[in-house]
Ligand binder design. Structure first.
Ligand code: GMT
Length: 383
């Protein structure tokens, strides 16, 4: 194949709020911007997918609810749609984000097509597809099977590569392609956002996540409750799911006047530019896209030293890392940044520079394109 012709890429991801879906949507958008044709295949439009961009298409997977099944099946209609889109649009590559069930569906889709019409399958592992489901006897063997048949496997951090090799006994090469973030310009000024939040001179401590159990919102709130002086900050939580289950904890810790919650925010850049520091207390995290999103706006984070986070944050230079569970240490680290705006600004500027040097779209997207071209130049892996 010509080495520089635009490619036709199918992307499957979870369309709802979650780092893997956000990354996949941004990747699709950036590929289309660079002249490639991108076809999203999923049960809903990815929530950050632009509505009317050139060369960007969405193919919904329709799931019928048959009364004879206790649980509706998604994998088979997904694989049929993947095969259909591959055939009708001549896809070069099916790039699946998050292995379950996307990698299995892609392998099945590929085998439904005649040998000369088969797209290559690239599987990107994002985190719990390895660390949680990979350990589950009901999923692990199916994930290993799909990985063995993928034409390429990537992970979003070195740490996740090692975990994948360890937990899923993968012996084939796994390529690490870190996440990237391409921020949109904010819609409102920093001052407008701070006014909306009712902030005076307090530091804006930002937490942005889907609130899943491994984010340890309990520890986030306990950390906030220990920050002194308590009037020095407000914790703004941009929640990708309902915050109501944590409201009792906010009350129990006396944090009602310190915590501000906004749910399902789309214009995250408005809040990122207004933030002074990020706070992340996860027990596991293969990368933590939210930290990178903050870095792009010069916002350093205090975070737990888990998983791939040390690949994103240089401790003491672009943020502060603390052992998991050490809420006292997390609170002291946050106090340090809250009370010292000058060193916070230096750290924020360095964070912004690192984000640009290591994790920009211009650095990362060409790595995926190069990988696509490489797998297209090779015969497909056997089924
Ligand atoms: O693995 C998950 O928990 C789901 C996934 C998601 O869709 O949000 O999160 C992972 O992917 C993100 C994007 O690559 C990473 O930034 C997150 O660190 C990672 N989450 C975990 O590893 C817990």
């Amino acid at each position: 194949m010509a080495t520089d012709r635009p490619l036709k890429i199918g992307i499957t991801c979870y369309p709802s709020v979650g780092g893997s879906g956000i990354l996949a949507s941004e990747l699709g958008e950036e590929l289309a911007r660079r002249g490639h044709e991108v076809h999203f295949i999923s049960y809903e439009r990815p929530f950050r997918m632009p509505a009317d961009a050139a060369r960007l298409f969405f193919h919904p997977v329709v799931i019928n609810d048959y009364g004879l099944f206790k649980y509706p099946d998604y994998t088979l209609p997904l694989s049929v749609k993947m095969a259909e889109v591959s055939r009708d649009h001549g896809l070069d590559v099916l790039h699946v984000h998050y292995a379950v069930p996307h990698a299995t569906a892609a392998i099945l889709a590929r085998s439904m097509l005649p040998p000369d019409r088969r797209p290559r399958v690239v599987t990107t592992l994002h985190g719990t597809d390895t660390t949680l489901l990979g350990r589950d006897a009901g999923y692990g063997p199916a994930i290993s099977h799909a990985l063995a048949r993928s034409d390429a496997i990537t992970t979003v951090s070195e740490w996740l590569r090692r975990e994948t090799e360890r937990l899923l006994a993968v012996t084939r090469p796994v390529e690490v392609i870190h996440n990237f973030f391409a921020p949109e310009p904010p819609h409102r000024s920093r001052e407008e956002v701070r006014r909306e939040l009712g902030l005076g001179s307090e530091a804006l401590v930002l937490h942005l996540s889907n609130l899943r159990p491994l984010k340890r919102i309990d520890l986030l709130l306990e950390t906030a409750a220990r920050i002194r002086p308590r009037e020095s900050f407000k914790l703004v939580i941009l929640a990708g799911s309902a915050f109501a289950p944590f409201s009792d904890t906010v009350r129990r810790l006396g944090l009602e006047d310190r915590v501000i919650v906004r749910e399902k925010v789309l214009d995250i850049e408005d809040y990122l530019q207004a933030a002074d520091l990020g706070l992340y207390t996860s027990e596991v995290e293969s990368f933590c896209l939210s930290i990178l999103e903050g870095m792009c706006f010069g916002c350093p984070s205090v975070a737990t030293r888990v998983g791939g986070i040390p690949e994103v944050v240089d401790d003491g230079t672009t943020g502060l890392l603390v052992p998991f569970g050490d809420v006292g240490g997390l609170a002291r680290a946050a106090e340090r940044l809250i009370q010292d705006p000058a060193s916070r600004a230096v750290m924020g500027q360095t964070a912004r520079d690192r984000a640009h040097e290591r994790f920009s779209a211009d650095r990362i997207v060409p790595r995926y394109v190069e990988l696509y071209r490489r797998v297209c130049a090779q015969p497909s892996r056997p089924d």
